[in-house]
Design a protein around this ligand. Structure first.
Ligand code: G3P
Ligand code: CA
Length: 236
């Protein structure tokens, strides 16, 4: 079992490895792991009581279906093509596939996902140190913290429209997950002073990743973990 923060600078497969395989699919996650990603990131939503791994609120961009994700039955959703014949996976299927080989960042994308997610993690006895829960909706993270404080949390931000350190500290978060346009040395240092790591999304340019690494960032979410790791290995 690999701890999420197992080395100084993490290359995290953002939705798997979408530059080479359909996003948020078992094939994509296996590709990221095979390419050497330190961890994978995925998006969960609740559909008919099941935790499914899909990013958008609409089916249209990533599947053969159309309309809202939460308006279809689980059977219909699971019958769709999520790219190259892949299905929309259940969170449980992804955890089964990963089997502790790499860390897993579960982004709680949909409302009501915190409770079922931590229930599943506990039922599967997933090692807490290999999991990172994140959400833009910090109420989901507060629910996760209250229900299962052992699973580490990252406060996820789009725009920094509130004090991120205060918000993350209130959640007992171990990390701030911030957009690449908002990541800066002062923020990284402030997070570090508060005992938190900073992870940055979505970084596909190795030069930018190197700058962030020098800044003290703990890792990047990337659409191309294989290419990123090869480029960083040359620079190291
Ligand atoms: O968790 C980092 C990143 O995945 C957040 O943005 O839109 O790609 O889910 P998004
Ligand atoms: Ca995400």
């Amino acid at each position: 079992m690999r701890s999420f923060f197992h080395r100084n600078f993490l290359c995290i497969g953002h939705r798997g490895s979408p530059s080479t395989a359909p996003e948020n699919t078992l094939r994509g996650f296996e590709q990221a792991i095979g390419d050497g990603a330190d961890a994978i990131e995925l998006d969960v939503q609740l559909v008919a009581g099941a935790l499914v791994v899909i990013h958008d609120e609409e089916l249209d961009r990533t599947t053969s279906g159309s309309g809202r994700v939460d308006a279809v039955s689980l059977d219909l959703l699971r019958g769709l093509d999520a790219g190259d014949g892949e299905r929309v996976p259940l969170l449980e299927e992804v955890l089964e596939l990963v089997a502790g080989r790499v860390g897993v960042n579960v982004e709680l994308k949909g409302p009501g996902t915190a409770g079922p997610t931590v229930d599943l993690l506990r039922a599967r006895a997933e090692a807490a140190e290999s999991i990172l829960l994140s959400a833009f909706d910090h109420r989901e993270l507060a629910m996760a913290r209250n229900a299962a404080p052992e699973y580490p949390r990252a406060a996820l931000f789009g725009r920094l429209d509130r004090d991120p350190i205060t918000a993350a500290t209130a959640l007992d978060a171990v990390a701030l997950n911030v957009h690449r346009r908002t990541a800066g040395a002062a923020l990284v240092q402030a997070a570090r002073d508060a005992g938190m790591a900073t992870l940055v999304y979505t970084v596909n340019d190795p030069k930018e990743a190197l700058q962030l690494r020098r800044m003290g960032v703990a890792g990047v979410f990337t659409d191309c973990p294989g290419a990123m790791l090869r480029a960083l290995a040359v620079e190291s």
